[in-house]
Design a protein around this ligand. Structure first.
Ligand code: NAP
Ligand code: MN
Length: 259
């Protein structure tokens, strides 16, 4: 990609910082222009966590920014190359041998704010038992009681969702998934008590008389929602993440490498 405007977002360890320097040097000598404010391509050096961090940095520019990642640890779900493949990572970019794919973002709305999650949106209350009415496509689905609820994307299914006992979902599946975070199950409050896989166009609403002490988490962003009573969660109609995919690695290989 000639004359591309780029920036590099790297994890804070020494190896990632060194790779960032090398990448900048090489791209500049190729005639690319470093532009942190308005990049065409954001190179991500780090892990899945760093990739998500980079996406959140450029949430307001997702319409034109493409993300291209190299992992400085083991292979991840957001990156196709690992650190000893730096040359192949660069060559693929130079020769434009990548494909572009876009991935959905979850959008959560409260009375006064909007949050985006590439892995998941979650509501968690570690301070007291959280009660909520869960509406799906406008109808009351269940009355929930417990620590919280996590709604993830296919990509996020291997992150927090997996720790919660949620299903790990193969790439290419157009789903969102809702899991309970320590649900309490007895006769008075019946919630499903199992991960629920839903279509991508499903609208979820989590209503509570009281959200005091509850945190809304959107990937690594978290904030208290003490004064809210309703949170709507759905796949965003306006925002998608555009990723440059360096090569085909089967999703099953990634699963085996990582877990
Ligand atoms: P972070 O350190 O950036 O990420 C935590 C760990 O999750 C890292 O090892 C990261 O892998 C891995 N990870 C991130 N996205 C993944 C994905 N889609 N599939 C598989 N692994 C993934 O932590 P953070 O900045 O606080 O939060 C980011 C994410 O952490 C959240 O979106 C949430 O999913 C996850 N989280 C997990 C738990 C849990 O499992 N109990 C609790 C809270 C949050 P890398 O080493 O490649 O970066
Ligand atoms: Mn990380």
């Amino acid at each position: 990609m000639k004359n591309c405007r780029f920036t590099v977002v790297a994890r804070l360890d020494a190896a990632s910082a060194q790779m960032k320097e090398e990448l900048i040097r090489t791209l500049l000598s190729d005639g690319c222009v470093e532009d942190e404010a308005h990049p065409d391509v954001v190179f991500v050096v780090g892990g899945d966590g760093t990739f998500i961090y980079a996406v959140h940095m450029y949430l307001d520019q997702l319409d034109h920014v493409r993300f291209y990642g190299i992992h400085t640890g083991t292979l991840g779900f957001y990156t196709d190359f690992h650190s000893d493949e730096f040359d192949a990572f660069l060559e693929c970019f130079r020769k434009e041998e990548y494909t572009e794919e876009s991935y959905p973002l979850l959008e959560a709305r409260t009375s006064n704010a909007v949050y985006y999650g590439m892995n998941e949106i979650r509501i968690e209350n570690a301070a007291r038992t959280q009660e909520m009415d869960i509406y799906i496509n406008g109808s009351l689905f269940e009355k929930y009681r417990g620590t919280g609820i996590c709604v993830c994307t296919q990509l996020g299914s291997t992150a927090y969702n997996r720790s919660l006992g949620g299903a790990v979902a193969q790439d290419g599946l157009d789903i969102i998934e809702m899991t309970e975070i320590s649900g309490i199950h007895h006769n008075k409050y019946r919630s499903l008590g199992a991960p629920l896989l839903m279509r991508m166009d499903t609208q979820i609403r989590l209503d509570a008389v009281k959200y005091e002490g509850a945190l809304l988490g959107a990937d690594s962003d978290v904030c208290y929602i003490d004064n809210e009573h309703s949170v709507s969660i759905a796949v965003s109609n306006t925002k998608k993440v555009r990723m440059l995919k360096g090569r085909q690695i089967s999703w099953f290989d990634r699963i085996q490498i990582l877990f």
